[in-house]
Design a protein around this ligand. Structure first.
Ligand code: NAD
Length: 496
């Protein structure tokens, strides 16, 4: 059995941690590893290491920082299969899906390789006679990232490549449910030549997180996880005077107009609803059938679901793996009962789906509810599993109103063949990321990722240009090197 521990100053922390967690193989239910849980003591050691590394890393040349990022990118690319295998083993998602998340993480590293271009300031000559003004962006210092279980490679890479390329030093607290990918990434960063202490990994639960939020040596916190925790993190970090961005949960709607190609719609709904067992923040969980679209969608999804292979990631033919924990699997399954009780039609019951895996695994096949109403629990809550809910509405106005009244606002998609309808949707949909004829509109790394409303607390989105803004602070300089004379005036300085 593996033992996963903290990485402080590029070395495994050999202290005697009193608290541990257990990591399971979700495809079998067997214990695969134990993981040390940090207290404020280990967090403080990581902050000390990161603070001491910042003294040199913060002023290390852009060219050297870029060189290390490039090397990290090459190592990641060469060893992406190993990263993906780790993700699959602890998370349960199928290998191709895990490879996809690694690729999207690599794209952020590639973005960070362009830091020389991204971090440029502005310069204005002669803003007043003989006076120039310019702006520079400087790193914040020690920053931290707290990440969820569902993307153990990609979500940390939404954060640390940009933070480190900007000159900060980083403490990552990955999910305790699948912690070893973070340790593997730390090894690659070390191999790429990243100096000791620039990237540290601290494992644990709420105690470790709160020690991070309260530590005065940490300047900023990036969080990705569920909404309730995101909100608490936002409040506590802000109270401690930290810069914070806290991305929360989601309930992403996919609107289907009657003019859409229903085969494309059904493919998209199945891919985006059941991929990664629905454990994606950008998963589609709500289908909104406008007008006559509904009946056809149900039949076409049913045909496709019948062919889905639910099996462990080690099976090359697997389409969908298990859920993350037994408790989570049971919680998701309980929504199948609650939806029926509230009057929704369970058109596809995932509990009846054939499972080609160990009976000890946390399995649940894909489900589809039809005739869902907005007041039902299955609509109001984030289920975060392979359960699609379909609502039927009369027109686009009603579909847009549904999205607007939903508390989340991560992604929203529309399927239509009409440009004017799509354009109206893009303008009016109350969500941070919009898909037109594609269901999972995760922005490329040179745009930024972020939802609205209860899906993000904070002012800046993550990675991309907003990531650079988040991990740097601006300074404006006004300089005079000519025409300096002895004048004395207490008046407010004016330009001439
Ligand atoms: P989670 O909120 O339970 O955990 C996220 C992180 O917070 C973990 O590192 C965990 O150890 C820590 N944590 C958990 N409870 C805590 C508490 N009470 N106090 C302090 N820290 C705590 O989320 P999860 O179950 O790991 O991930 C799934 C959730 O993440 C879903 O809601 C999903 O929508 C969301 N998510 C959102 C995005 C996005 O971009 N908006 C991306 C991925 C996942």
């Amino acid at each position: 059995m593996d033992h996963v521990t903290h990485i402080i100053n590029n070395t495994q922390w050999k202290g005697t941690a009193e608290r541990h967690g257990t990591v399971y193989n979700p495809a079998t239910g067997e214990i695969s590893a134990t993981v040390d849980f940090a207290t404020a003591v280990e967090v403080d050691l990581a902050v000390q290491a990161a603070a001491s590394a910042f003294a040199t890393w913060g002023t290390t040349s852009i060219s050297r920082r870029t060189e290390i990022m490039f090397r990290f990118r090459e190592l990641l690319s060469a060893r992406r299969a190993e990263v993906a295998q780790r993700v699959s083993a602890e998370h349960g998602k199928v290998l191709n899906d895990a490879l996809g998340e690694v690729s999207r993480g690599i794209e952020v590293v590639e973005f960070a390789c362009g830091i020389g271009q991204l971090i440029k300031g502005e310069f204005s000559e002669n803003v007043s006679t003989g006076i120039d003004s310019y702006s520079i962006r400087q790193p914040l210092g020690v920053v931290a990232g707290i990440t969820p279980f569902n993307f153990p490679a990609m979500v940390p890479m939404w954060m640390f490549p940009v933070a480190i390329a900007c000159g900060n030093t980083f403490i990552l607290k990955p999910s305790e449910k699948d912690p070893s990918t973070a340790v593997f990434l730390a090894g690659l960063l070390k191999e790429a030549g990243l100096p000791d202490g620039v990237f540290n990994v601290i494992h644990g639960d709420q105690m470790a997180v709160e020690a991070i939020l309260d530590h005065p040596g940490i300047a900023a916190v990036s969080f990705v996880g569920s909404t309730a925790v995101a909100h608490a993190i936002y409040e506590r970090s802000a109270r401690a005077g930290k810069r914070v961005q806290a991305l929360g949960g989601a309930k992403n709607h996919m609107i289907v107009m009657p003019d859409a190609d229903m085969d494309i719609v059904a493919d998209a709904a199945v891919n985006a609803g059941y991929g990664s067992a629905g454990e994606r923040c950008m998963a589609i969980s709500v289908l909104v059938a406008v007008g006559a679209a509904g009946d056809l969608i149900v039949e076409k999804i049913r045909e496709r679901v019948a062919n889905l292979k639910v099996a462990p990631a080690t099976d090359p033919a697997a389409d969908m793996g298990p859920l993350i924990t037994r408790e989570h699997r049971d919680r998701v399954a309980s929504y199948l009962d609650s939806g029926v009780k509230e009057g929704a039609v369970l058109a596809i019951d995932g509990r009846l789906h054939q499972i080609d895996g160990d009976p000890g695994g946390y399995w649940l096949g894909p489900s589809l509810f039809d005739n869902v109403m907005p007041q039902m629990e299955i609509y109001r809550n984030e289920i975060f599993g392979p359960v699609l809910s379909m609502l039927r509405v009369a027109d686009l106005d009603e579909a847009l109103a549904l999205i607007k009244s939903n508390p989340y606002g991560n992604g929203a998609a529309i399927f239509t063949n009409d440009g004017a309808t799509a354009r109206r949707f893009q303008t009016e949909a109350e969500a941070g990321m919009i898909g037109i004829n594609l269901p999972i509109p995760v922005p490329v790394s040179y745009y930024s990722f972020g939802g609205w409303n209860q899906s993000l607390f904070g002012d800046l989105h993550i990675y991309g240009p907003d990531g650079v803004r988040f991990y740097t602070r601006a300074k404006a300089v006004t300089a005079r090197w000519t025409g300096i004379s002895h004048t004395q005036t207490l008046n407010f300085p004016t330009n001439s």
